[in-house]
Design a protein around this ligand. Structure first.
Ligand code: FES
Length: 145
């Protein structure tokens, strides 16, 4: 049911934890299952994401997608990090079962929420970033994969 990569990231998740005084922190929840994800980003003066950690109160697919998402955004610019969509994360994991797609949205939303927090703290606007929703359950039926 799960790819080897999903199992690997689930059993050995990368970048679990917190960053003290992080540049941006985002917390999102999925109303459908009640799972919660918190993402911490450290961003340097050049807009490069130097570190990324996450904590989740979520299922195995949420753990695996968040783990992969943190690996994908590390070392990237903010603009590049915005392209790390749940689809990109799922591709990097060699796919997820359809019923688990909503779990991958949690990681994407958490990155966006952390970037939004960073932008607010610094009084800047990030092109292409809209205010994160804390409830992502409404969108998932409309998404196509
Ligand atoms: Fe809730 Fe996976 S079942 S995030």
């Amino acid at each position: 049911m799960y790819s080897e990569k999903v199992m690997d990231h689930f059993q050995h998740p990368r970048n679990v934890g917190e960053i003290e005084n992080a540049s941006g922190v985002g917390t999102v929840g999925n109303a459908k299952c009640g799972d919660i994800m918190r993402m911490y980003l450290d961003i340097d003066d050049n807009g490069i994401i130097t570190d990324c950690k996450f904590k989740t109160f979520g299922c195995g697919a949420a753990v695996a997608t968040s783990s992969m998402a943190t690996e994908l955004v590390k070392g990237k610019t903010i603009e590049e990090a915005l392209k790390v969509t749940n689809k990109a994360v799922m591709e990097a994991l060699d796919g997820l079962p359809p019923v688990k797609v909503h779990c991958s949205l949690l990681a994407e939303e958490a990155i966006h929420a952390a970037l939004w927090d960073y932008a607010e703290k610094n009084g800047i606007k990030i092109e292409g970033l809209s205010k994160p929703k804390s409830d992502i359950s409404e969108d998932e039926e409309e998404e196509e994969y």
